[in-house]
Design a protein around this ligand. Structure first.
Ligand code: HEM
Length: 568
């Protein structure tokens, strides 16, 4: 049979050159894309894929987001543009450059308000201080500053703290010590922080810190909410909204946390309002509620919801600020001490000298004012905050086009992530010894506390929105740290430590397996555990813990590589 060729079509003439052209174009694009991504080189920067951008790399590293960002920012000298998927509006400029921080948080503050994007992510905080701008923010700030700065508030703080230490912390620790219980120190600090702030603001002690460590849903909800809120920064809005709608993953946890907050706060608020109605207020009384109620009544726009809702938003924001931050900082602080026994010893000496304690005397009480004398302790706390800023990132969105001091152009709707975590670890900011734990860094030549610019050390933010609770935090941390350090010898069990992926940078698995076996000061401390950094194996540094080593400082910090503890 004779094969007849298919009939000639006009299209065929066009098809071959067109296919050829497409192949050439694809090849050129691939060559350009692979060149621009330097994919054959080893770099911390994720590949910028067509369409999805750097999102796959970001998701893959979400569990180690702080380290991941730090590697990139160090490589890119402090500012780096992250490219998100084409249609997701997820391009983010990451910066840890102090000049940019100064510009954004202070010099051009009016261009970097919180805005609707921030409110969407932090919808759980409603009209609380963290979420609002302009006039409502000014009102919140004025009231909160006058409250926290009030002399009576300081007294109340001192009284409440000692009450929780004496009635809850000490009895719990005594039993743990006697029974040799292994417990999670981070959990203890969270409970402590929650009880103190709740007593201060709501006049209600939830007693979450007690011997049986009861499950208090609202107290636990803070941790869940913090985790979920970080994911809202990373995922495209449509993605987390879908998770919310489907009620799965972190969004499910966030909804439960929301419920737990409301179930705790509304009854407390109603009780307090009832009490206020039945009481004639004297001028000298310090009432946390009254000024906020007055502000609510004077607010003209009527968009704050009911009075109860406004108070719920206000106090939830303050409890958020007060509960998680200080307790997280304290957890990292005690972990750092376990790596630096010499620092711990010096702190103990300072407490003894400055508070005039006898050799075998326990520390039972000291006044808030006396915490100012504890300069070395202050330095050690600042050093911890430098490495582990509880608020590790902050997000800003410009209202108008701007050029940052680093030369980067930013446009409205572009996310700017300020990485405070990275800033604490940059050689360009802290010098060659930036990865060493040195409380001395914070002590002036005259022996006082050395202040660093808040643009170099923005742990408490900087500019007009600087943290209002800084003083309160140091008071709280010093009272608690001094009490524990002076009265107990805490021993660390081996564990792998890493920061959590959370909006407040907690310790991922807590400081569990911290052995609750205490020795009174003055007892034989021969068995005290010391740590020394030792040989490197497979890129990890093994830390041998030994009883023979005298006073060895373990200073280096790099969690990806140096978090493995091995018993001798
Ligand atoms: C280690 C402890 C603390 C750290 C690291 C810290 C850090 C910060 C940071 C970074 C901000 C800025 C947040 C933002 O603008 O989104 C902030 C704001 C704030 N902090 Fe703190 N904070 C701490 C403890 C406290 C405490 C105990 C309180 C008191 C309840 C408090 C009250 C506030 C308030 C009210 C603001 C809002 C200021 C404003 O927007 O004008 N903070 N804090």
């Amino acid at each position: 049979m004779k094969l007849t060729p298919p009939p000639f079509k006009e299209m065929d003439v066009l098809e071959y050159p067109l296919s050829f052209l497409i192949i050439i174009m694809c090849f050129t694009y691939f060559a350009w894309w692979s060149l621009s991504n330097k994919w054959w080189k080893s770099s911390s920067v994720p590949i910028n894929w067509p369409v999805v951008g750097m999102l796959p790399g970001l998701i893959r590293n979400a569990h180690r987001i702080h380290e991941f960002t730090t590697d990139i920012l160090v490589e890119y000298k402090g500012t780096f543009m992250f490219h998100g998927p084409v249609f997701a509006n997820l391009n983010m400029l990451n910066t840890s450059d102090p000049a940019n921080i100064h510009h954004i948080l202070s010099r051009n503050f009016s261009n970097y308000q919180k805005g609707p994007e921030f409110r969407k992510i932090f919808d759980i905080l409603g009209n609380g201080i963290f979420n609002v701008d302009y006039e409502l923010w000014e009102i919140h700030r004025k009231i909160t500053m006058s409250l926290l700065g009030h002399a009576k508030f300081q007294k109340l703080l001192e009284r409440n703290m000692w009450e929780v230490i004496d009635n809850s912390l000490r009895p719990t620790f005594e039993v743990f010590a006697e029974q040799g219980t292994v417990f999670d120190l981070q959990d203890i600090f969270h409970r402590f922080g929650f009880d103190v702030i709740s007593k201060l603001l709501l006049d209600h002690d939830p007693k979450s810190l007690s011997l049986d460590l009861p499950h208090v849903p609202c107290e636990k909800a803070f941790t869940d909410a913090s985790d979920a809120l970080l994911y809202r920064h990373i995922l495209p809005e449509g993605c987390w909204k879908l998770l919310k709608w489907l009620q799965i993953g972190t969004e499910k946890k966030l909804s439960r946390a929301w419920e737990a907050f409301d179930q705790y706060l509304y009854p407390c608020i109603s009780r307090k309002l009832e009490k206020l109605m039945n009481k004639t207020r004297k001028d000298e009384d310090l009432d946390v509620f009254t000024s906020y109620i007055e502000a609510y009544n004077q607010w003209k726009d009527g968009d704050l919801g009911t009075l109860q809702t406004f108070l719920r938003d206000t106090f939830l924001s303050l409890i958020f600020a007060g509960r998680d931050t200080s307790s997280t900082a304290l957890t990292w602080f005690f972990w750092m001490l376990s790596k630096n026994p010499l620092v711990e010893k010096r702190i103990r000496q300072e407490i003894q000298q400055q508070l005039h304690l006898k050799e075998d005397e326990n520390l039972k009480f000291f006044k808030v004012e006396e915490t100012r004398k504890l300069v070395y302790l202050h330095g050690a706390l600042c050093e911890t905050l430098r490495f582990f800023p509880p608020v590790s990132i902050e997000e800003k969105i410009p209202l108008e086009y701007d050029i940052l001091p680093s030369g980067h152009r930013v446009s409205p709707n572009m996310k700017i992530i300020l990485s405070f975590y990275t800033m604490g670890r940059m050689e360009s900011i802290w010098g060659k010894d930036c990865l060493e734990f040195k409380p001395e860094r914070w002590i002036s030549q005259r022996g006082g506390i050395k202040h660093e610019s808040s643009f170099k050390f923005p742990v408490f933010n900087a500019g007009p929105r600087t943290c209002i609770g800084k003083e309160m935090t140091f008071t709280q941390m010093k009272l608690l740290a001094a009490t524990i350090i002076y009265n107990y010898q805490i021993q660390v069990e081996d564990q792998i430590i890493s920061p959590s992926s959370s909006i407040v940078m907690q310790m991922k698995h807590g400081l569990k397996r911290f052995l609750g076996k205490f020795m009174r000061v003055g007892d034989d401390v021969e068995g005290q555990v010391h740590a020394i950094m030792d040989k490197k194996t497979d890129g990890c540094t093994i830390v041998h813990r030994s009883k023979d080593i005298e006073e060895v400082e373990w200073n280096s910090l790099d969690f990806e590589k140096r978090n493995l503890l091995v018993d001798e």
